[in-house]
Ligand binder design. Structure first.
Ligand SMILES: *Cc1c(COP(=O)(O)O)cnc(C)c1O
Length: 377
């Protein structure tokens, strides 16, 4: 069986280093917001290229606290996509704001900045672009638009740790960057975790207060706050894994290239190639099927061969039961709605090997009744 994702393999690959780091925290006796978290925050901020990083409890709260730090809340409208993890939308609603959906560019699956203008009203305060699947969103035109309309930009980087846009990492472009360290992400903890990056000292101060009861340095609450902290065990694991993130992203990019080489002759749409100072870090390798055979046919076939795929995401957020009553009648999102029926995420994690990719591709060729030229002997 080839799984779609494999956090256990990622732990085992670094077992000795991780076990040592965990032992040290266990013996140290300080378990929440201590020296591991501080060190991780410094290392992660340096990695991203932002002045500050603030460890929080998960990626959803990272987005919510980032918006709150910019005083975005009740009555404010926040532009984002419906083709994303529900978490993006849940986070916007958690801070009291109203998500407004912008359609995606079907070629990249990311927010189409050309459509932002249609969603703007006087109550629009922010944009949350998602770097979906590990591909940086089209930040140039998006940031121009945001500047012209005085909108705060919080990048949802939950799937794109290490991805570059014009030579600089995502999370360093917007007013803030929100990261998740859910175990299956490119940088994953052994539990929940998240972080907000920013280069704005005032926002940094507000984030520190927001994540812990609204406390100031004297542990006196001066603003409303939450409990959204990163714990020392997770921070210690993340410090180890951060040292291997670039090597692991290179593996993902290598597997993606191998998939593309094998599959380019087939009647499926493969991820658009990326160039010019941008890197796609392939949190997912997502292909698109045509009308017939369908995506479900291909996924079912691969399932019978022991190859697990996934769909990210099968139903756009605005059409999910909880949201459809409120957002089902929003302007149509044709690219979002059509992508959902065609997309398929193939197995993708650093610990795959070339033989796995070849096996998967041979099966996909078999499904389409075409020999795999790369391996025809
Ligand atoms: C995983 C994810 C989140 C949320 O992260 P959690 O840590 O699960 O709260 C937000 N946005 C996107 C795009 C994600 O993939």
């Amino acid at each position: 069986m080839i799984p779609q994702n494999n956090p256990l393999a990622n732990y085992l690959a670094l077992k000795d280093e991780i076990d040592d780091a965990l032992q040290e925290v266990l013996a140290n006796g300080w378990y929440i917001l201590g020296k591991e978290t501080e060190a991780f925050e410094r290392e992660f901020a340096d990695f991203v290229g932002a002045r500050y990083a603030v460890g929080v409890a998960n990626g959803t709260e990272a987005i919510c606290l980032a918006l709150k730090a910019f005083r975005i809340g009740y009555g404010d409208r926040v532009l984002t996509v419906s083709h994303t993890a529900v978490a993006t939308i849940a986070a916007i609603e958690m801070c009291g704001a109203v998500p407004v959906f912008v359609d995606i560019d079907p070629a990249t699956h990311n927010l189409d900045p050309g459509l932002l203008a249609e969603g703007v009203t006087e109550n629009t305060k922010a944009v949350v672009p998602v770097h979906l699947y590990g591909r940086p969103a089209d930040l140039g035109p998006l940031l121009d638009f945001a500047r012209r309309h005085r909108l705060v930009v919080i990048e949802d980087c939950a799937q794109a740790h290490g991805a570059m846009y014009e030579g600089r990492r995502v999370g360093s472009w917007g007013d803030g960057g929100a990261f998740s360290f859910y175990p299956t992400k490119n940088l994953g903890a052994l539990g929940d975790g998240g972080a907000v990056t920013t280069s704005n000292p005032k926002i940094y101060g507000r984030l520190l207060a927001l994540r812990q009861y609204g406390w100031n340095e004297k542990r006196i609450s001066c603003t409303p706050g939450f409990n959204s902290r990163l714990d020392e065990l997770q921070a210690a694991v993340l410090r180890v894994k951060l040292r291997h993130l670039e090597a692991n992203n290179r593996k993902r990019i290598q597997w993606a290239g191998r998939y593309t080489d094998h599959l380019k002759s087939l009647p499926v749409k493969l991820p658009l190639e990326i160039a010019g100072g941008r890197t796609h870090v392939y949190h997912q390798y997502v292909l698109q099927c045509g009308d017939k055979p369908t995506r479900d046919d291909l996924m079912g076939f691969l399932g019978t061969k022991g190859i697990r795929c996934a769909i990210h995401y099968p139903v756009p957020v605005h059409l999910q039961p909880f949201y459809v009553e409120r957002f089902g009648k929003c302007d149509p999102l044709p690219a979002t709605e059509s992508a959902c029926e065609r997309i398929l995420s193939l197995p993708m994690f650093p610990e795959l090997n070339p033989e796995d990719i070849d096996t998967i591709c041979t099966r996909i060729h078999e499904f389409f009744g075409a020999p795999d030229q790369r391996h025809a002997s």
